[in-house]
Ligand binder design. Structure first.
Ligand SMILES: *[C@@H]1O[C@H](CO)[C@@H](O)[C@H](O)[C@H]1NC(C)=O
Ligand SMILES: *[C@@H]1O[C@H](CO)[C@@H](O)[C@H](O)[C@H]1NC(C)=O
Ligand SMILES: *[C@@H]1O[C@H](CO)[C@@H](O)[C@H](O)[C@H]1NC(C)=O
Ligand SMILES: *[C@@H]1O[C@H](CO)[C@@H](O)[C@H](O)[C@H]1NC(C)=O
Ligand SMILES: *[C@@H]1O[C@H](CO)[C@@H](O)[C@H](O)[C@H]1NC(C)=O
Ligand SMILES: *[C@@H]1O[C@H](CO)[C@@H](O)[C@H](O)[C@H]1NC(C)=O
Length: 227
């Protein structure tokens, strides 16, 4: 029984065990060296491509020098800002300028829309400009006309802030501009970006009382966010 079992076991053991180690060793050696030379080549190619791509980006930046556009609120004319019976009655004209500081890129603006907030509550939404092209090193004026009334539920703290602003005659108004832009370099037009522009304004109420005209609106630079 034991004799009968052992030979087949040994045979079965040695049979598969001896040939495979010999052959795999050979092929392992060959594929290893082949693999490593192919790998080395691909690695060098990859490094070269990365360096080239980096150089291309660097050269593009050096030549084109892309810069973001700039937004400013140049004038504000607030003639009405009354809060009664949970309703805000407002009448405000804001003049903006958008400036493109780029020497090589022009910019397309589409669907420029402004939203105005008071005490964190949105009270108006206006379309400013449907679309225009801004050439290199130039600026364009725009104006947003905010006029009407809006139901606003201000709580007691917000109402006391409103009364403070009303006593000073200067209102803290926050305006966000939404739009789409595309950059153009020569005949190549980029994809669409949706930046956000935020303007924190202190807008004096313009009264037709000549004695109260000393509080003037201070032109304000807006923050530009890309993402
Ligand atoms: C402000 O608006 C009022 C009425 O809308 C107008 O009479 C006045 O001339 C404007 N003021 C300025 C400085 O534009
Ligand atoms: C505000 O509400 C009061 C009482 O509800 C009413 O008498 C008054 O006319 C309202 N004012 C306005 C401007 O709607
Ligand atoms: C805003 O700009 C318009 C022209 O776009 C001009 O007529 C108006 O007087 C300006 N308003 C103010 C307050 O500067
Ligand atoms: C949009 O802006 C451009 C450039 O300033 C101007 O030519 C065009 O008249 C504006 N369109 C509107 C609807 O305001
Ligand atoms: C300003 O003048 C308008 C009419 O032009 C008038 O309705 C309004 O009450 C006046 N406001 C002030 C504060 O004098
Ligand atoms: C205009 O100003 C004068 C002096 O500050 C003030 O007495 C008068 O009530 C004001 N008029 C209006 C309509 O606000």
């Amino acid at each position: 029984m034991a004799d009968n079992r052992q030979p087949p076991l040994n045979g079965a053991y040695y049979g598969p065990a001896i040939p495979p180690p010999a052959q795999p060793r050979y092929s392992h050696h060959r594929s290893r060296s082949c693999c490593s030379c192919l790998f080395g080549f691909l690695w060098k190619l990859l490094v070269a491509l990365i360096v080239l791509a980096g150089l291309a980006v660097l050269i593009f930046y050096l030549i084109v020098q892309p810069r973001s556009f700039k937004f400013n609120v140049t004038e504000a004319n607030l003639t009405k800002f009354d809060y009664t019976n949970n309703t805000l009655h407002y009448n405000m004209v804001l003049n903006f300028t958008a400036r493109n500081p780029n020497k090589k890129l022009s910019i397309y603006y589409d669907n420029v829309e402004a939203r105005a907030f008071y005490e964190g509550e949105r009270f108006a939404n206006v379309d400013v400009n449907a679309s225009f092209r801004q050439y290199k090193k130039s600026s364009n004026p725009m104006s947003g006309v905010f006029s009407g009334q809006q139901l606003l539920m201000l709580d007691n703290d917000q109402v006391s802030e409103f009364n403070k602003d009303k006593n000073i005659g200067v209102y803290d108004i926050y305006v966000k501009l939404y739009f789409r832009i595309r950059f153009r370099l020569g005949d190549v037009i980029s994809g669409t970006y949706k930046p956000k522009v935020k303007c924190h304004l202190k807008v004096p109420l313009t009264s037709n009382n000549t004695t109260a005209t000393f509080t003037r609106f201070v032109p304000t630079k807006c923050d530009v966010d890309f993402y």
